[in-house]
Design a binder for this molecule. Structure first.
Ligand code: TXA
Ligand code: MG
Length: 341
């Protein structure tokens, strides 16, 4: 395994992609695990490396809107104006797929998700390899998405040949997945582009109920990835829902201690001061959910090495960037929640 930083690794990485190999690369959201989207065998090896269920489709990453019609059909004016406004950036647009899109990329679905990432290294890799990249997040299936090259290495050492190191990912949560193949359009996964920003162009955009609720058995998920276990730390995590500075969080912490457990808290900066000296991982200012999101996946990984036996997290308003934040936090907790009031 080679971890290389720009620009020395780029030519080698592009060659690997053209030869059907896998390369982990930075995007503005999280690190992706890329393969040539037009090569079914290369794409199959992504599923193998991640241990990813074969029913979970991959996003196709492009560097130029001209590559889009190779994979998607029905690119109408609404889709074009979304791309103009939000690309490059954390928006994945789902449309019917073309015959040229290998079925393994879309896990057999007749739609395909496409996005143009806003990271110079991702764009250079696509251009230099002359290939669109099918790429999921570069974590082992079920683990928090990697926002640093080190996190990729922790999950994938010995499994993939190369990581391009572009430093920490600035957004830190994955792209918003928007299904434009349906009327009205539906946000399948909240992410780096807020629903409020989308609705400036698409006032009728709906939000899939799975954004903040557990998968319902028997209902076929609109986005198969939603149904799988996600972002899980290795210790139990519970989200405490309710008013700010509720006494519930310190109480749960103190009760765990007195019954012989080793607790840790995931908190806003303000709460970590208010609940000191209890052990916590501060995530950022309460009123800055985008900043908290950018720290979340790393914090979930820190839990694993913390020596704690149980974790409790503060909750945040599920608006603006807070929707993606709560979506990830609730999934990481397997929807284990306690209501404080
Ligand atoms: O920000 C991101 O989107 C990152 C970076 C690497 O680009 N990628 C990422 O990929 O998060 P992944 O595979 O971890 O998540 C892709 C999500 C899954 O929930 C999947 O089910 C959904 O997108 N998805 C992909 N294609 C779809 C389709 N055709 N229809 C519905 N959902 C789709
Ligand atoms: Mg993922």
């Amino acid at each position: 395994m080679t971890v290389v930083s720009r620009p020395d690794g780029l030519a080698d990485a592009a060659r690997l992609i053209r030869q059907g190999g896998l390369v982990a690369f930075p995007t503005e959201t999280v690190y992706g695990l890329g393969a040539d989207a037009s090569n079914p065998e290369a794409v199959a090896s992504i599923f193998q490396a991640k241990g990813r269920p074969s029913d979970n489709p991959l996003i196709v990453h492009i560097a130029d809107a001209g590559m889009w019609p190779t994979f998607a059909r029905g690119i109408d004016n609404r889709a074009l104006s979304l791309a103009e406004r939000f690309w490059p950036g954390p928006l994945t647009i789902v449309l019917p797929r073309t015959g040229a899109t290998p079925g393994i990329v879309t896990a057999g679905l007749d739609t395909v998700g496409v996005r143009m990432p806003a990271h110079p290294l991702a764009l250079s890799l696509i251009r230099e390899s002359c290939r669109a990249l099918a790429a999921p997040s570069a974590n082992r299936s079920g683990r928090p998405s990697p926002t640093t090259a080190q996190a990729v290495l922790d999950d994938m050492d010995g499994v993939i040949p190369m990581i391009l190191d572009g430093g920490p990912c600035p957004v830190g949560v994955e792209s918003t997945v928007l299904d434009m193949s349906r009327t009205p359009p539906v946000v399948l996964r909240p992410g780096g582009v807020t629903v409020e920003a989308l609705r400036e162009l698409l006032p009728d955009a709906a939000i899939d109920p799975s954004a903040l609720s557990p998968p319902v058995d028997g209902r076929k998920a609109a986005s198969p990835g939603i149904a799988h276990r996600h972002y899980a730390p290795n210790i139990p995590l519970t989200v405490v829902i309710g008013s700010r500075y509720s006494s519930k969080l310190p109480q749960l912490y103190d009760d765990t201690l007195s019954s012989g457990g080793t607790p840790i808290l995931l908190l806003s900066d303000e709460s970590s001061e208010a609940f000191a000296p209890r052990r916590c991982i501060p995530l950022g200012p309460y009123n800055d959910p985008a900043r908290i999101s950018s720290r979340l996946f790393n914090a979930l990984r820190e839990l694993d090495n913390s020596g704690a036996t149980v974790a409790f997290a503060e909750s945040f308003p599920a608006e603006g960037a807070g929707l993606a934040l709560m979506n990830r936090l609730l999934r990481a907790a397997g929807f284990s929640v306690i209501h404080s009031d």
